[in-house]
Design a binder for this molecule. Structure first.
Ligand code: ADP
Ligand code: MG
Length: 237
């Protein structure tokens, strides 16, 4: 009895916000191109996870989102797939410079994982993904960014370094993801995160994911998101 209740709690989904787009049951419901569908199948993803069912239509509609779900719930694809659609929707992709999608993650390991996932879906579209995090040569990263990319996946500190070195400009950035926001704050990256957000045009689409919502993260969300839809999966703090 106890176990069944625990299980139900772990599956509970709570959605709040104005004009919430209808959730999807399948990836086909998302209207993805055959190319993206092919990449999804190649990953072995048969159907969207709980957070993906709610988050994909929200993000695809262009709305801001707060996604609260614990590790392993499939958050990466929930922001990477709509990002590919968002980038492909941009007119005259190659004329301006700098990334369109900016993804911040707390650690180099996480940034690297997101980079790999993004590359799988971006590759066939010629979307260039760069990873920027500590422990790698700054000069090499500078050169890679200078060569151009549509997506940058970064830890906040190193992204700030690259911005200071003028390795990239944020003028083209319209899709911002803060992944594991609570951990970024735990690691002391709040000032860097705020500085990055401040350098991206306010009419961007903003996605904030976190396993928990401490008061500081809640405050940031209030300040940087516009009419967000909040999707909570499971019993999370
Ligand atoms: P989170 O960021 O929420 O911790 P991840 O995005 O890292 O979760 O995904 C956790 C695991 O689930 C990864 O191995 C990922 O490849 C896999 N996964 C994601 N979405 C699906 C899906 N729809 N079907 C099956 N596996 C999935
Ligand atoms: Mg994750």
């Amino acid at each position: 009895e106890q176990d069944v209740n625990e299980y139900r709690k772990s599956l509970a989904i709570h959605v709040s916000g104005f004009d919430v787009p209808k959730s999807v049951k399948t990836f086909e419901d998302c209207g993805f191109s055959t190319q993206i569908m092919g990449a999804i199948k190649k990953q072995g993803y048969e159907k969207p996870t709980s957070i993906q069912c709610q988050a994909l239509p929200v993000v695809l509609s262009g709305r801001d989102i707060i996604g609260i779900a614990k590790t392993g719930s499939g958050k990466t694809a929930a922001f990477v797939l709509p990002m590919i659609v968002h980038i492909m929707d941009q007119p005259e992709l190659r004329i301006e410079e700098g990334p369109i999608g900016v993804i911040c993650a707390p650690t180099r390991e996480l940034a690297h994982q997101i980079y790999l996932e993004a590359k799988k879906f971006a590759k066939s579209y010629g979307i260039r993904v760069s990873a920027v995090y500590g422990g790698m040569s700054k000069l090499e990263q500078y050169r890679e960014l200078k060569a151009g990319c549509e997506v940058v996946v970064a830890t906040p500190g190193r992204l700030i370094d690259m911005l200071k070195m003028k390795a990239l400009t944020m003028t083209r950035a319209t899709y911002l993801v803060l992944d594991e926001a609570d951990r970024m704050f735990d690691l002391g990256f709040e000032p860097q995160v705020r500085s990055i957000v401040g350098q991206i045009r306010p009419d961007r689409q903003t996605l904030l994911f976190s396993a928990t919502m401490p008061r500081k993260v809640e405050k940031l969300a209030r300040e940087i998101l516009t009419d967000p839809i909040r999707v909570t999966v499971g019993e999370v703090g």
